[in-house]
Design a binder for this molecule. Structure first.
Ligand SMILES: [Zn+2]
Length: 200
């Protein structure tokens, strides 16, 4: 049975003694990625017509910007470079329009959790990559914001699935032990990351 603690998210709003095990990666910067309008329809996670059984697909739409990716990001035994580029942009830091190379294992977590939930919906992304400047600004406003965050390493996303309870998604994700899982029941989203398996 999964038990939830009421501690703040050690990734987003850390407790003072939390030590992030994942070093932050340098961001590509807004100059490194063109803000290509993705224009991919948010039609859910149903496997695209061009997908084959071994492919992995994902659907994400970013709250605030409306940017969406819905399609295959893994095919023929490897990650699809163009799909990752588009996903990096969708999950960028919207405050700075700055993207970073997201850890593709995060997309495997999202893919697996959706499959476990038998969901064909598109994830709504509340938060993805956070640039150090954004995180620092947040930390100045709130002492609960961590200076170390897997969001800064491109390894985390705060998400929800329309029509699904956050507590149900968090419980299933925690059982899978693919990474960190944080339940934000009041805010209606779940933090998922591809770091060490843990839950809060
Ligand atoms: Zn988070």
């Amino acid at each position: 049975m999964v038990r939830w603690r009421r501690d703040p998210c050690p990734c987003c709003q850390t407790s003072p003694d939390w030590v992030c095990e994942s070093p932050a990666e340098p961001g590509l910067g807004r100059r490194g990625l063109l803000g290509a309008a993705l224009g991919l329809a948010a039609t859910g996670l149903a496997m695209p017509a061009f997908a084959t059984p071994g492919d992995r697909s994902i659907g994400v739409t970013r709250i605030g910007t409306g940017d969406t990716f819905n399609g295959v990001y893994w095919r023929d035994g490897r990650y699809d470079t163009e799909a990752l580029r588009q996903l990096n942009w969708v999950l960028r830091d919207p405050h700075l329009d700055e993207a970073t190379p997201m850890d593709p294992r995060l997309f495997d977590v999202l893919n697996a959790v959706a499959a476990r939930m038998d969901s064909h919906e598109t994830y709504e992304v509340v938060s993805g990559y956070r640039a150090p400047e954004t995180n620092a600004a947040n930390a100045r406003r709130s002492r609960r914001v961590s200076k170390l965050s897997l969001h800064m390493s491109g390894m985390a996303a705060d998400v929800r699935l329309p029509g699904r309870s956050s507590i149900g998604m968090a419980r299933l994700a925690a059982e899978m032990q693919m990474g960190g899982v944080g339940l934000y029941r009041r805010d209606g989203f779940v933090h998922l990351d591809c770091g060490p398996s843990r839950r809060w």
